[in-house]
Design a protein around this ligand. Structure first.
Ligand code: SF4
Length: 184
């Protein structure tokens, strides 16, 4: 089966790798996709599976901001992080993680290669090597990435995650090249 033109290689990406319109207000670094990363992935011939944005789904595009309150990007990251760590936020991430892990399982069961997942370092939700807590970037995983780990473990599969940042395109491109096996 599947002996057609497909590469049978798939990479999972955090939603905002392909769509910066989903970012928290003030944090988008591109008009649309992180194009340098996208170029690498497309050139490598892998399929790109975009996860939903948990913060958009759970809190809305404006993240339920208080428009009258004085705020900074840091204070908003902290507020959003707390909301995503609360039980309803974790449940939202768990649902997304379960569906993603199901996809991983299906690809593997059918002999495809799952190259890994590109998350977003510094995000309280999609951070891989670093997340956001107590008002700053800290070592650790965001809620979605933790839930993905658990959902994959329950199915006996793994989805190696690597973190990138939209504000560090050269490093992001390097990581995307490593994950996809594509040319930089
Ligand atoms: S890092 Fe995750 S939660 Fe934040 S905008 Fe990107 S996809 Fe959404």
């Amino acid at each position: 089966m599947f002996e057609d033109r497909r590469s049978k290689r798939v990479v999972f990406v955090a939603h905002c790798v392909l769509n910066q319109n989903a970012k928290i207000d003030g944090c988008a670094q591109y008009p649309g996709a992180m194009w340098e990363v996208l170029q690498v992935l497309v050139a490598s011939g892998c399929g790109i599976a975009q996860l939903p944005c948990p913060e958009l789904i759970h809190l809305g595009l404006d993240r339920q901001v208080d428009r009258q309150a004085s705020r900074t990007i840091e204070s908003e990251d902290t507020r959003v992080g707390q909301a995503m760590e609360a039980s309803a936020g974790v449940l939202c991430c768990r649902r997304i993680a379960e569906e993603a892990a199901h996809q991983v399982e299906e690809y593997l069961r059918n002999g495809f290669v799952v190259l890994g997942m590109l998350g977003i370092n510094g995000s309280p939700t999609c951070g891989v090597e670093t997340t956001w807590s107590a008002g700053g970037e800290t070592a650790g995983r965001g809620v979605l990435i933790r839930e993905l780990d658990e959902a994959c473990k329950r199915r006996g599969v793994s989805l190696g995650a690597r973190g990138i940042k939209a504000g560090e395109p050269a490093e992001a491109t390097r990581v995307a090249t490593e994950v996809s096996g594509g040319a930089a």
